[in-house]
Ligand binder design. Sequence first.
Ligand code: UD1
Length: 372
Amino acid sequence: MTETARISFKKMHVLHVVGARPNFMKAAPVLHALSQTDGMEQTLVHTGQHYDVNMSEVFFQQLGMPQPDVNLGVGSGSHAQQTSEVMSLFEPVVLDRKPDMVLVYGDVNSTAAAALVCSKLMVPVGHVEAGLRSYDRAMPEEINRLVTDQLADLLFTPSDDGDVNLLREGIPREKVRLVGNVMIDSLVRLLPEAKNSQEAKRLASGLDRYGLVTIHRPSNVDDPSTLLPILDALGEISQSLPLIFPVHPRTRERMEGMIPADVQKRLKLVEPLGYVDFLALQMSATVVITDSGGIQEESTYLGVPCLTLRENTERPVTVTLGTNVLIGHDLKRLHVEVENILAGNPKEGEIPPLWDGHASERIASELAKWDG
Ligand code: UD1
């Protein structure tokens, strides 16, 4: 066989790194799209940043993801501990597996840690969900986004604000690919299944309408003087609108003993839900109250009003085009907005361009033609 023929038959080895809940629904469609693309070999590494069954395993099952080839088992810790643990355990995996490209997702500690390892080993990195900026460096995720984007060789953006941010930071245009929102690929694929979720039917049974709540961001839950007023406000809202509240482990720990028994009855506190069950509750919710990033996007796609308990968002398109309203810490405004929605005047929205369920196919085709 000639040298040229051998090179053209060599498969491209793509190694995916996932670690925390919001990574899984982004990686699943890319893994699937690459499995349908000729000449691709794939390895899946789970850092173990999230390890509870309902923060990790349930997502693998419901999203139909393959079992990870490697689990680094890093678990919880301070930011420095978690990041350095991923780095030391991931480096030998890269040296051993010799990927042609490492794909990292979103903005969690595992994302930045893996990108740092690869850049020192001169292994190309692709960042899925690049270019998002809240311009709030108090958010650990913002630091992870900045670092990862500076190091990445291919930057896959979900919306054109991402391209603008990257170019402003001096990232060369030729590294950037506007592909759309991969998370919406998972949503589109699993929406039919969500319509049959028995768990969602059970949780919402007997409720004409309900709000869906998720809060886990350190800036909202770590300080009791911030968390307590939020819980009080939710308690009041639940007098006119029942609220279903799947509680993240961080939040569960912080709110121990904070909610009076009568309020607890009205706020339906449940364990974190699987992807399909949460999606099912979200699509039929009257309003979503959240501090999550991804839920701002999902609710925009679903056309469900979203009230975001943050001062800023790295996903501005959900506000300019979508159903999202930034509430910040203005809990009076939260009441007013909920009342507006209950009175039948929610913010109308539209689906942003390229949030069409095919972003992962565009990533696969970009990778197939990528020549370094
Ligand atoms: C991480 C991400 C955040 C994302 C969130 C979604 C970073 C910097 N943050 O935050 O962007 O929105 O995931 O869930 O990467 N814990 C468990 N079981 C688990 C995971 C966590 O009990 O499976 C508890 C531990 O007490 C841990 C705490 O939750 O200390 C926080 O977990 P960690 O992964 O550090 O950050 P998250 O707050 O989940």
